[in-house]
Design a protein around this ligand. Structure first.
Ligand SMILES: [Zn+2]
Ligand SMILES: [Zn+2]
Length: 369
């Protein structure tokens, strides 16, 4: 036999009841709920004491068994585990004088390290007040700190097509502070026009790595780390370098990156895509002949992009790229800072405006050379 909801709850009988009586009835129901919760907590505690380790009465399982939210299941388990320590509070719950939410907030306060003084202070507070109190006394235990230290790591991996790399890290709080402060300060030195704050932070990380690798800070003569690449002249030539070139023992790179390396870099082996002839050979072969490079750097006296006064890693850029027939002639070369050269020109698919004055260069989208 199925009862109608009205019959179960006797809703018809409530129609004539006053507001005060209704509020009283709602409160009475809450007391009954609290009493039931207290009983449920005792049962839960017993259950978690008995269960096999493999079965557990973990949050997910309880949420499934009771068909309640993860949050409710978590609150139930947390509170159930604290029933012995909070026995006065639990008797209030059992008698219906305190709600389950209060009992749970007190359990949280206890777990945060709150003891007699805090629990007494919590008496006069509402639920939100108890939560704030818990946040204030949450202790940083030695074992929490040691665990954080144990779990420190930096993971890095390449995307499947190897055109992008990812870095993910977990550090102790102080170490994290050191790293983020360094990244932020370094990012502040990068011209704002080169990207968003997060992009500049990424560039900052690369710059820090570059500096460490070359062992020179702001040294215009270092020009960048040695990159060893091997190129299959046939494949690379046939596909306009889109087949990808491999950095020795490193990732594959595409035509934009190859252009950047050919433009200003120290390469080990590089094969010209058209002729199949080596462009540069040798352990430290630099693409631009050193004498020409020095001449250009001296001539330009800094980054030639208008209004740029950065002197960070000044490099020599081929206005018409090598892959498009650009030469090492002095007119085809200009000095750029690392940000403008790598970040704003090569990586962003831009080029130097051929019509811009030699000491006030403009950056424009790369033409189809
Ligand atoms: Zn360049
Ligand atoms: Zn610049």
């Amino acid at each position: 036999m199925v009862l109608r909801m009205e019959e179960v709850l006797n809703i018809d009988g409530l129609r004539l009841t006053s507001r005060e009586d209704l509020v009283a009835a709602v409160k009475k129901a809450e007391r009954a709920i609290s009493q039931l919760r207290a009983r449920q907590l005792v049962l839960l505690r017993e259950l978690s004491r008995r269960s096999w380790p493999s079965e557990g009465t973990d949050t997910a399982r309880l949420a499934r068994d009771l068909d309640v939210s993860h949050r409710t299941a978590d609150a139930l388990l947390e509170t159930a585990r604290r029933t012995p320590e909070l026995s006065p509070q639990m008797s209030e719950l059992a008698s219906g004088d305190a709600t389950f939410d209060r009992a749970h907030a007190l359990a949280e306060l206890f777990m945060a390290g709150g003891r007699e003084i805090e629990l007494a202070e919590a008496k006069d507070k509402d639920i939100a007040g108890i939560r704030r109190l818990a946040a204030r006394c949450r202790r940083i235990r030695r074992r929490d700190e040691r665990q954080a230290h144990q779990e420190r790591h930096v993971r890095s991996w390449l995307s499947l097509d190897e055109t992008a790399g990812f870095v993910n890290a977990q550090l102790g709080a102080v170490e994290w502070h050191t790293v983020t402060t360094a990244l932020d300060r370094r990012a502040d030195e990068i011209p704002r026009s080169t990207g968003s704050r997060e992009q500049r932070r990424a560039d900052a990380l690369v710059a820090i790595a570059h500096d460490w690798l070359s062992g020179h800070l702001n040294d215009a003569s270092s020009g960048g780390a040695l990159v060893s690449v091997t190129v299959d002249a046939t494949t690379a030539g046939a596909t306009d370098a889109e087949a990808g070139v491999r950095v020795t023992a490193g990732p594959r790179i595409g035509p934009d990156t190859l252009d950047a390396i050919v433009c200003e870099g120290a390469v080990e082996v590089l094969i010209d895509r058209d002729s199949g002839m080596p462009l540069a050979v040798g352990p430290t072969g630099r693409v631009v002949p050193p004498k020409v490079r020095r001449t250009v750097l001296t001539r330009d006296q800094g980054c030639t992009i208008g209004h740029c006064n950065s002197r960070y890693r000044l490099e020599v850029h081929h206005i018409v790229p090598r892959s498009r027939g650009g030469t090492h002639d002095l007119e085809n070369l200009t000095t750029l800072c690392w940000y403008h050269h790598h970040i704003e020109v090569h990586r962003a698919g831009n080029a130097i405006d051929l019509t811009s004055p030699p000491d006030q260069r403009r950056i424009v989208p790369a033409p189809d050379w």
